[in-house]
Design a protein around this ligand. Structure first.
Ligand SMILES: C[S@@+](CC[C@H](N)C(=O)[O-])C[C@H]1O[C@@H](n2cnc3c(N)ncnc32)[C@H](O)[C@@H]1O
Length: 219
């Protein structure tokens, strides 16, 4: 068995310490207590972009916001589904995550940051949301709507947070949210904000039997 090699660490502003490790061609980003990302499991992260863009029928000049970068799989899937003239903005809170992508593992998702359609904002996705209108806002910044990476992330999933996202969507635009678990209370909150909600459950490859949840909500 190849041992894990520690590569780097970074602090989420106001949140956890992230540790990047490598074992052969496998990369892992861990935070205190759980694995935030593993390069072997990214199917549902890609479906977030594929299904999100399918729901807006990805217009030629689509403006798409992705929060955050992680290992870049959601970004790559969005690039593959979007037109050559689309603009994709990634909001990533942790500057080191952008640097790690360029330095260590960009190849995992075919170097998405090199695509000229991509703009990176090193900032809280909550701030980027306000720079809409967006045709799609795709959120994968936490383990779920409980804001695990950073306590202030919970504000993204409150009624006020949902309404802020809704107000920054174009007509027919979609809010997509990734989660490691189902959260019926969040589904209810989306509905109470008068959004039409679809919940998609996806088998997670890494833990047999477990499922990831995606929400797609339209005004
Ligand atoms: C689970 S990873 C995203 C994985 C990504 N979907 C992929 O395909 O690789 C979560 C990312 O969100 C970032 N993040 C956490 N809170 C954020 C926030 N409020 N704004 C922007 N990025 C945030 C983390 O630093 C991390 O890069």
């Amino acid at each position: 068995m190849i041992p894990w090699e520690f590569l780097a660490e970074a602090r989420v502003p106001g949140g956890d310490l992230l540790k990047l490790s490598k074992r052969g061609d496998e990369f892992s980003i861990r935070t205190e207590g759980y694995e935030l990302m593993n390069s072997r499991a990214h199917g549902s992260e890609e479906v977030l972009a594929q299904e999100g863009l399918r729901r807006i029928q990805a217009p030629e000049d689509a403006k798409i916001l992705i929060g955050g970068l992680g290992m870049g799989y959601t970004l790559r899937a969005a690039l593959n589904a979007a037109a050559e003239t689309a603009r994709i903005t990634v909001a990533e809170l942790v500057p080191e995550l952008v640097a790690w992508n360029r330095e260590y593992y960009g190849h995992l998702a075919q170097d998405p940051l090199k695509d000229t359609r991509v703009t990176v904002f090193v900032e809280d996705v909550a701030e980027a949301i306000e720079k809409g209108p967006w045709d799609a806002i795709l959120l994968d910044v936490d383990n779920g709507p409980d804001g695990l990476t950073r306590s202030s992330n919970t504000n993204l999933y409150t009624k006020a947070g949902i309404l802020r996202a809704k107000n920054n969507l174009t007509q027919g635009g979609v809010l997509g949210v990734w989660s490691a678990h189902d959260d019926p209370a969040f589904t209810l909150r989306l509905k109470r904000c008068n959004m039409k909600v679809e919940t998609v459950r996806i088998k997670a490859r890494i833990k047999r039997g477990s499922r990831h949840t995606l929400w797609f909500a339209k005004a």
